[in-house]
Design a protein around this ligand. Structure first.
Ligand code: ADP
Ligand code: ZN
Ligand code: ZN
Length: 683
């Protein structure tokens, strides 16, 4: 019998391919018949014996040679030939991600596929392949017509869809400037250019912005649309993935994981809210979907659009030096809708009552009188971030983490937001028995309680991770607001993203100061983006006759901070340029390339010892290796964590160093858990 050798990538930490045998001449099957096995191709999936288990592998090469001794060579079990293979471009994308993030190819490529493809029986796949045709039936309802674009939008659409080849654009548009309309009309042009063309639209969170999906479905009725995000059931995910892979879905709307979808006819990529931290995967393969999107667009020589009102400093810098084209939308798209007036309220002069200063309370009253909505932004869920005993100084700390237990009064629980530990709220101090335990600080639940006292007649509504824990409840909650059944909305950053609240004319920001003095150097960039986003929820419709002008009130102890001044002036340009200057002078990203080695152990010292050993195990010309330090939140769920920062002004130098370094670290065979993150965002 004749064979070929399949070189296969597997989802294992071993950084190599695995060889398996596959027959190329007729074989006798279980029924005793002579059958000719399917001819394998690169990009196909194949089921393999691996130790005592069976694993799905991806064929990356086919050869007639192997170094594995005959006796050890195993036969592949089953070729998934029903499924058209993954393209060379897709494998190249995974290979790039694997190289760049220093992982084996198999650890990137296989987890990027729907689980049911990897574990399912061949029959499941066949059933799904038949079902597809049924996916997301084309609507025959009236499509939403395209509104005429304003000149700035038109120029952006022309620039994006008019230029063939790799053309990254930074669509820098104030909140409500109609960036979405630009994406949709550019997408329409691209789709019209080729019968099979596919467009990928990445968003930070699908569940929080159901409006976008609805708008796309209404606009592109008659076209199949697939969605890809982590909240989908596996069966559903397989169907949508297949629709994209088979080229049936022409628009793919997804969160960061969609960047690794198989899209054989991809012709344009959109990254909405490109600055959003959720594009960075924070566990496993810690990739940046934004960066991979730009690479993918380059690989395929297609346009890519990065949209934001507050672009990341990385993208801002690219635009500054001309690597990205900057397309600007300076005004709101809706006629007579203007950006809100932003003011700061000095908390040193105006003492808050139940968390609210008098000017903010008055502003809410004015909204209630006119039947308009107010939004209070407080990025801290729970009742209070900690409870304490005045008598002996006890505070509610998590015994497993470097963190406080947060008080959740409604559920009568103290809860750790990091490890999930929870207990009942103690009736008296566990140390001294004092029954008078005090909540310190204010979370959204406590704010809600206070608001109901101050505004007994108002309909107060809270949206945060606690109030929307059940699947589908976030969308339902936002609908309640859109239907006008809410007067005062309280929310965490969940409410800041993308919502088009038509009747909202006041945003109050409570307690944003802590981020100003964070040790994380990106905190102020993030705070600005967050406040700008949430401010952007106000005044999105034309001002009503006799209605209030739209306002944003920020309660702060530091009214003179440059960040708030830039916000009041709606001047992101200056803020971003100043931050970039600071970063350049301090040799920080985007002027420096970084990687972080993290280690975890039961004892902090073991983690630090490992990092010290790592710091000294390789030559490192042109690379700075910093001192190992405990992570700022050192302990999580009884595990201590430490980190070591390495950096270089040269990305290739850093990449070359990392490759050698990681191989050496693997050779140390340390038993503690460690990992390297490239371009870390939380340092
Ligand atoms: P952004 O994404 O920039 O925050 P949106 O795309 O949500 O802004 O648009 C804000 C509002 O402006 C939406 O209600 C949208 O329907 C409307 N809009 C966008 N473009 C136009 C246009 N050309 N004419 C009229 N209204 C528009
Ligand atoms: Zn006490
Ligand atoms: Zn904990």
């Amino acid at each position: 019998m004749e064979h070929c050798i399949l070189k296969v990538a597997l989802d294992t930490p071993l950084d190599r391919f695995f060889d398996y045998r596959w027959p190329t001449s007729a074989i006798t099957n279980a029924e005793g018949e002579q059958v000719v096995p399917a001819l394998p191709q690169i990009g196909q999936l194949v089921l393999l014996p691996f130790g005592s288990q069976q694993l799905m592998g991806l064929i990356v090469a086919i050869s007639d040679h192997t170094d594995v001794p005959e006796a050890k060579l195993k036969d592949a079990l089953e070729l998934r030939s029903q499924l058209p293979g993954l393209s060379e471009e897709w494998i190249a994308l995974c290979r790039f991600a694997a190289d760049y993030y220093q992982r084996p190819l198999g650890e990137v490529a296989l987890p990027a596929l729907p689980r049911n493809l990897r574990v399912g029986k061949a029959g499941t796949l066949e059933r799904n392949l038949k079902k597809l045709a049924k996916l997301v039936p084309a609507l025959d309802a009236n499509p939403n017509p395209e509104p005429p674009l304003n000149p700035a939008q038109q120029a952006a659409v022309d620039a994006i869809a008019g230029a063939p080849g790799f053309a990254p654009s930074l669509l820098y548009g104030v909140t409500g400037s109609g960036k979405t309309e630009v994406y949709l009309q550019a997408a329409a042009k691209i789709l019209a250019q080729a019968a099979q063309a596919q467009v990928l639209i990445l968003v930070p969170e699908i569940n929080l912005t159901p409006q976008l999906e609805n708008n796309i479905r209404k606009r592109f009725s008659g076209i199949q649309i697939a969605t890809l995000h982590s909240g989908m059931a596996e069966g559903e995910r397989l169907q949508h993935w297949l629709a994209a892979h088979l080229g049936q879905a022409r628009i793919i709307l997804g969160t960061r994981l969609a960047i690794l979808a198989s899209l054989p006819h991809l012709k344009m990529i959109v990254i909405d809210e490109e600055h959003d931290p959720s594009y960075k995967q924070q566990e496993g393969l810690r990739y940046s979907a934004r960066d991979l999107a730009v690479w993918r667009a380059h690989q395929l020589a297609i346009p890519v659009v990065l949209g934001s009102a507050t672009p990341s400093l990385e993208s801002w810098q690219h635009a500054k030096v001309g690597r990205y084209r900057k397309l600007e939308l300076r005004e709101r798209a809706v006629k007579d809708a203007v950006l809100p007036v932003v003011r700061v309220i000095n908390q040193e002069h105006e003492k808050p009552k139940d968390g609210l200063t008098t000017p903010l309370i008055n502003a809410i009253h004015r909204r209630l009188e006119k039947g308009e909505q107010s939004l209070l932004f407080l990025n801290r869920r729970g009742y209070s971030p900690v409870i304490a005993c005045d008598a002996c100084g006890w505070i509610s700390d998590c015994t497993r983490c470097t963190a406080h237990l947060v008080m959740h009064k409604l559920e009568n629980k103290l809860r750790c937001h990091h490890c999930g530990y929870e207990q009942r709220i103690p009736r008296h101090c566990p140390t001294c028995g004092n029954i008078d335990l005090q909540p310190l600080g204010r979370g959204t639940q406590r704010l809600e309680e206070g608001l109901k006292l101050i505004f007994p007649e108002a309909r107060v509504f809270r949206i945060d991770a606690d109030s929307t824990r059940l699947k589908g409840s976030a969308a339902a909650a936002f609908d309640t607001v859109h239907r006008g059944e809410v007067d005062i909305l309280i929310g965490t950053q969940m409410v800041a993203k993308g919502h088009d609240f038509k009747n909202l004319t006041l945003v109050g920001a409570l307690n944003p100061d802590s981020a100003l003095f964070s040790q994380d150097y990106r905190a102020s960039e993030r705070l600005f983006a967050q406040l700008m986003q949430v401010a952007g929820r106000a005044g999105r419709a034309a001002q009503k006759q006799g209605g209030n002008i739209s306002e944003v009130l920020i309660q702060t102890r530091y009214p003179d901070h440059p960040l708030y001044h830039a916000l009041m002036a709606h001047d992101y340009d200056r803020f971003a340029n100043d931050l970039l200057d600071e970063r350049q002078q301090a040799c920080m990203p985007p002027f420096m390339y970084q990687a972080l080695l993290r280690a975890e152990a039961k004892e902090l010292q073991s983690a630090l010892d490992f990092l010290h050993q790592a710091a000294n195990c390789c030559a490192h010309v042109g690379i700075t290796i910093h001192e190992p330090i405990p992570m700022s939140m050192t302990r999580v769920a009884n595990v201590d964590r430490a980190q070591l920062l390495v950096e270089s002004v040269s990305r290739p130098a850093l990449q070359a160093f990392l490759k050698e370094w990681i191989a050496t670290l693997r050779g140390l065979k340390s038993r503690l858990k460690w990992g390297v993150e490239i371009d870390p965002v939380d340092i």
